[in-house]
Each structure stands twice: as structure tokens, then as C-alpha cells.
Design a protein around this ligand. Sequence first.
Ligand code: ZN
Length: 300
Amino acid sequence: MAYRDRMKKIILEARINEYAMRDVNPHVPWLADEIAETAARCREAGASIVHFHARNADGSPQHAVEVYADIIRKIRAKCDLLIHPTLGWFANDGDPAGRIACVTALARDPATKPDLAPIDTGSVNLETYDASTGAFSHADRVYVNRTDTLIHYARAFKGSGIKPQLVTWSVGFTRRALAILDAGLVSEPAYLLVNMTDGPYLTGHPGTQAGLDAHLGFVPPGRFEWTANIVGGNLLALAETALQRGGHLAPGIGDYPYRELGCPTNEEVVQRAADIVRKTGREIAFPEEARAMLGLAGPT
Ligand code: ZN
């Protein structure tokens, strides 16, 4: 690892809910007040970015601009975290332009402008597989991100002053992310989420040292600040390796319920990640430091 990477501060991105239900871990925040309260507690525990999905009272996805605006205002009233909403997925999959309409609308008002928004740089099957029974579920589910759509998103985000988080599920996604950088569509350093998958999710690299290293062989140094995430797996178990390899960490109960830790809150998971960072002799980045490291514009 280069000297710069050994010394840099560590960005903790709290991924607090995704589309997780509460059947395993009851602490998943759904509504605006819950999300804002969770965000503030994660900030105290060491997070500098919060990634969230708007949800209804029954946990179903919510895509309305005004709901996202309400959440962002409530988070900003409580803390200085960098704001990273999702684009939404289930309702807008067939409408690429509509899919980013929410974040570009939010960006028109400085009070609700997101700092970051995700772009997944490829398409994946999103089935689940139960190894104990051999049963596939959601076997028809594909998350489609055509390249012309990605180009459209990158241009729109640039016009809106939103930094993309480029989400890579495997090496081909990373190669496409690099092409997007080479084409001048996203400024450097780009923020890359190395999105591994474990448990019932087959489509990414496994959330193991071998899975991470197979991926990182194709992440050139210097062009990205990358962060590690595991959908369906325990990121804390891989955290020290990710830090040693020059990465940041994106923990949270949105991606994994941490049943083996007693189904903790988001802030407890962030606290554990922060403890691992400090144990390895590193420091946690404050939000303004994360903003500078990712090349974001000043606070809105
Ligand atoms: Zn998400």
C-alpha cells in the first residue's frame, strides 16, 4: 500500500436501511424521523456519509421527491453528514430518465441537494439461493443498467453537482467505471463502492479476502477512493483487510442484519467499524474531511 493510503483518514459510510425489513433486525429505520435520528447517531459513532432509501410505514419502497426532501432536511437539522440517497429501484427500473428525476429535482434546492448518488456500472441477476434447500427465489429478477443509461446519469449528475458513487459488483463493472473516467464523464478521484455479496446473493465477489483481492487487482491506485460493502455478509469480519488494502468502509444493517452480534443498531455497527479503524492505528474522517478527499464541492 502506498504511503498516502497508509496515512489517509478513513471514511465510514453508514448504509442504514436499503430495502431491509424488520423480521430479523428490528432496528432498520424506515420513516424520515427514524432515518434522521439514526443518521445523527451514526455521525456520533464516526460516520461521515449516510446512505438511505425512503420507505413507507409498512417498509415498502417510497419514491416521492417530497419525502426525500423531508428526510434530507431532517438529517441536516441534526448533523453535518454527507447525504447519499438511493436512486430508487423497484418502481423506476423501466424508466432510466425517471429513475434519476428524484435526485436531480432535490439538487435544484441547496437545502435538499444530495452530496452523492449511486450509479451501478453494469447489470446483474438478483436472485437469491438457499444452499440448504437448493431453492432459487426471485429467479426472474434482473437489475438493468444499460451503458447509455449510465452515460445519461453521469452527465446529469455533473450538471446537478452531485458526485456519483460508482458501484461495482465484479471486475467487468470496474472496467466500465474506468472507461467512464477515461471518457471524462466522472471526475477523479472517483468514489467506488466495492459491493461484494454473500449468503443467498450469488452475483458479486464473495465477501472474503480472496473475493476482495480478486477485485482489487483491477482497481488501479490513485484514480478511486474505494469503500468496501458486503450485501448479505459481515463486513466487520473483513474490515481490517479492507483497511490494509487501502479502502474505506461502508457498514450498516441495511445490507446485513448482524444476527451473530445480536441484531445491533446501525450506530452500534458503525461504532464497531470505528473501533477497528482505530485499532489499526488509523483515524476516522470527519464529514468535511471526507468531502475534501472525495473532491466534492463545498457544503450547500
Ligand atoms: Zn442503497
